[in-house]
Design a protein around this ligand. Structure first.
Ligand SMILES: CSC[C@H]1O[C@H](OP(=O)(O)O)[C@H](O)[C@@H]1O
Ligand SMILES: Nc1ncnc2[nH]cnc12
Length: 290
């Protein structure tokens, strides 16, 4: 098996630079169309696959992003390690707009999205106690440090449904819960990556103080876009540093992400629905084909 690094570009990140043999590829999945075509190529000898989460031109809202199709398509292409780059609000004075946070926990408050590849006909339960890959997150931290940006190691990301930003009361509540950043997209993406046995790490690019901050007022999309623009070079440098840190030689994940399905499937082999199994060919082929 060869390593392939996937990059899920969030708001403001619709392309990456410097890929050799760059080609936009249309990938079909049993879960529908991904957000866009996927840009494949190589960087420093490592295979790369870039998918703009909202599509080029920002077509999909956080609710309508086809999360299952996106993860399935990346898995189908051979992605082993997926780095998410996302715009986020901050609940902490010390995590300021322009800073990066390497997320290590999530609270999932989304409610209008399909959250699993599994269900009736093939039930599975994976652990998301540690929802990101420690190894990939550690390398993303190193890559972020190398860009010179202020980066915080670890942080809890509150995933909200959106598309509206939070009320002040909600924002204060999430802060009291111990959350550090807020966004609308990393869930169910991180859960689905775990089901698909892809290592996942999330880089939150802070664009605003959400609405709790007495001196910063309501979230302003124009300010967010300005911060994203100023930060896109840092995001691109971070992505560009990843191939040298990961290298093309695939080694089994020390965190176990690539074996998440080993004991997860509950449905007895003779009770599994063959139509459902066919849809799981890319995501769970490793364990279903035995
Ligand atoms: C542009 S502000 C709101 C929007 O930005 C974030 O998207 P992403 O996580 O893909 O960078 C946030 O989650 C909202 O979808
Ligand atoms: N304050 C905020 N809330 C939710 N998503 C965001 N994306 C960027 N800033 C955000």
């Amino acid at each position: 098996m060869e390593r392939m690094i996937g990059v899920m570009g969030g708001s403001g990140v619709y392309e990456i630079d410097g890929l050799e043999n760059a080609t936009w590829q249309k990938i079909e999945t049993p879960w529908g169309d991904p957000s866009d075509e996927i840009l494949t190529g190589t960087l420093d000898g490592v295979k790369m696959a870039f998918l703009p989460r909202h599509g080029r031109g920002h077509i999909h809202s956080p609710t309508t992003v086809p999360y299952r199709a996106n993860i399935d398509a990346l898995k189908r292409l051979g992605v082993t390690d997926l780095l998410s780059v996302s715009a986020c609000g901050s609940f902490r004075e010390e995590m300021a707009p322009g800073d990066f946070v390497i997320v290590d926990q999530f609270i999932d408050r989304t409610f209008a999205r399909e959250k699993s590849f599994f269900g009736t006909g093939c039930v599975a339960h994976v652990s998301v106690a540690h929802p990101v890959c420690e190894r990939l997150s550690g390398l993303a931290y190193e890559a972020a440090r190398a860009t010179g940006v202020t980066v915080h190691k670890g942080g809890t990301y509150l995933a909200m449904e959106g598309p509206q930003f939070s009320s002040i009361a909600e924002s204060k509540m999430y802060r009291a819960w111990g959350c550090d950043v807020i966004g609308m997209t990393n869930m169910p993406e991180a859960k689905l990556a775990r089901e698909a046995e892809i290592c996942y790490a999330s880089v939150a690019m802070i664009t605003d103080f959400d609405s709790w901050h007495p001196e910063h007022g309501a979230v302003d999309i124009n300010a967010i876009i300005a911060t994203l623009g100023a930060n896109s070079d840092n995001a691109k440098s971070l992505v560009a540093a990843m191939p040298q840190l990961l290298t093309s030689a695939y080694t089994s994940c020390s965190h176990g992400c690539d074996r998440a399905l080993d004991y997860a499937i509950m449905t007895a082999p003779d009770k599994r629905d063959t139509t459902v199994l066919a849809k799981l060919d890319a995501v769970a082929g490793r364990v279903l084909k035995g």
